[in-house]
Design a protein around this ligand. Sequence first.
Ligand code: ZN
Length: 480
Amino acid sequence: MRLQNTLTGSVEDLVPVTPGRIGLYVCGVTPYDAAHVGHAMSLMVYDVLVRYLRWRGLQVTFVSNYTDVDDKLIDRAAQQGRDPLELANANIEQWEREQQALGLILPDVRPRVTREIDNIIGMIEEIVANGLAYVTPAGDVYYRVRSKADYGKLSHRNIDDLRTGTRFEPGDAKEFALDFALWKAQKPGEPAWPSPWGLGRPGWHIECSAMARRYLGERFDIHGGGVDLIFPHHENEIAQAEAAQHAPGPTFANIWMHNGMVQRDGEKMSKSLGNVVNVAEALDRWSPDAIRMYVLSSKYRQPNNLTDEAMAAAIAGIERLTAALRPGPGTAPTTIDIAASRARFIEVMEDDLGTPQALATLFDLARAINRGRDAGEEIGAAQATLRELAGVLGLTLVERATDEAAARLDPAPFAKLASRLEVACSGNDVASTIDALVERRIAARTEKYWALADTIRQELDALGVTLEDSAAGTRWSVKR
Ligand SMILES: [Zn+2]
């Protein structure tokens, strides 16, 4: 597989540090508030990367952190009169439930700053010992950026460019404007931990260097995050990891992968603009599949513009793929080239996670299945391939909305209709009973029992279920 590497600016082969294994670190959320759909959509990129690599037989360790102590979190907790850690825990629990509701695989390791303090202090001590950090009289520890000759290599800028626009704050004990805090001495009322420099807490950047090294080793395969994190966060992660390095040679992440930010109607999604869509709202309006289809429809590095039109297109796309999975009674030999679809899917995914092209492959396969169904071909194997490849992208293709709507109907009249027509009925599962009735109608039409086919349509219609015939087969929906 080849991935665009921000560090080198080119598309590079992913060569595992340890053959057969991939270590992936992705910067996680600061749980001062509920996560929004932008966070979920960013994470979906790495979710698909993990699913794909695992499907290709690699053993992936996926690590993503929680910054559960931070200025914003402390401020928010103070406003609400809550303990910052309790607020963080509540938001983390909600976010993990939401990730599952969205069909996101949870990272294998989800370290939290407050549980990694010793690990973080250990790394800061190494950096200080190596002369790349200094301790102020107040007990703050700063990274000495000017001692790192290649500082700026990830964001492709040099220290002089970066310095423009930064300034010393009054009372700042830093030697240089770009120096950043590894350890912050305690301020009154803030959570703090003992350290060799007195009571305090870690700076923001150090946690990721320390956690990535602890769970993935000094050198690992992929580090991901939003493009907004390239500078200063990721630049500083590299600087810290290299300053604490034990063995000579390349260290930290081989490939730096960055996803574009999610916008809402062309604007950055942010609390201050008031255009944030939270996960609960998103799930209320759209299925997890539709949200995923929307995310995967554009290249992961591009900004993602969430509009109602784009979501409507994503919903239609999911319906097309799902419709192709409806059963077909054909028995003629298939003419669908399943192996070609599979090869094309792999080819485009290997090319820097080409999800828009991978979706195009699925749509082509769905069209071939529909043509095969119309021609009376056996389409089961092609449908199994479509389901498998869609699953690699995390798409379930479950007829969720329809099934849920059917579950709200009274099962009794459907059971009665099924029994009258001698169709096997699934008791209280209205959706399955409707499926069985629809199949009976397809069979009736095939056998040219037009009157029976019409009766089934009319009776279902009277019970609130509409049938729609198309080249893709018959689909039913519950009338609103
Ligand atoms: Zn990070």
